[in-house]
Design a protein around this ligand. Sequence first.
Ligand SMILES: [Fe+2]
Length: 265
Amino acid sequence: MNQVSPISIAQVTDIHLFADENQELLGMPTSESFGVVIQRLKELDSKLDLLLLTGDLSGDGKPESYERVDNLLRPLQIPTYWLPGNHDCAMTMEEILNLGLFSRRKSFERGGWHFILLDSSVPDCVHGHLSLETLDWLDFQLTITANKPTLIALHHPPFAVNSDWLDTSKLQNSQELFAILDRHPQVKLVLFGHIHQEFQHQRHQVQYLGTPSTCIQFCPQSSNFALEQKSPGFRHLKLYPQGTWETWIERVPYFHQLELTATGY
Ligand SMILES: [Fe+2]
């Protein structure tokens, strides 16, 4: 790769696989929709350098669900990194998703960029929170690698997305995260999942990006829980070594009739 070539990355999020491959999430066969996303990842023009899985890989936190994530993604032969969401079991993930091209590392460099993955999950809670230990670790990581453009990922959105029901579970201590990022101008991008919809917000020099799920989509700007009949998707990014980037959402051709009246996500 020459100096001006970007690295190509896919952010894949909120997969919600279950131990039972036939279990559905509000009428959505999550294995099937994820399969269509994987097919699209295979067909991308440029081979992906990296996969980032930003939480809720599992819908039940069971070992079998992570074994299925591993089995389904392994044929892609792409280095894969992950972080836990509110539906995940971080300890189980650490055991299962750390073989072959799967890595449990949370700080690494590639293509001239520094990647930092944060655990914002709180046991038995839906909302997100970054512990003091995680915040201190983030600050340290940003201090020791201050010369590289940096991408940070976590599961929960640091911003409200104008959906009352969903906003109660956003990251609860965003100001503490912002205080650290404000001290480290090399941070360019913050990626997250959880909201099952596309989202974009700029704060200072940092772009904050939310990404559709590989299964069900939440209705944007809805005060109550509501699903949108929109295709599953993922985010494609190209990161250039000088610190510039491009990104867009890819939707896959998959439709399944959902239980639109269902509640209790
Ligand atoms: Fe979530």
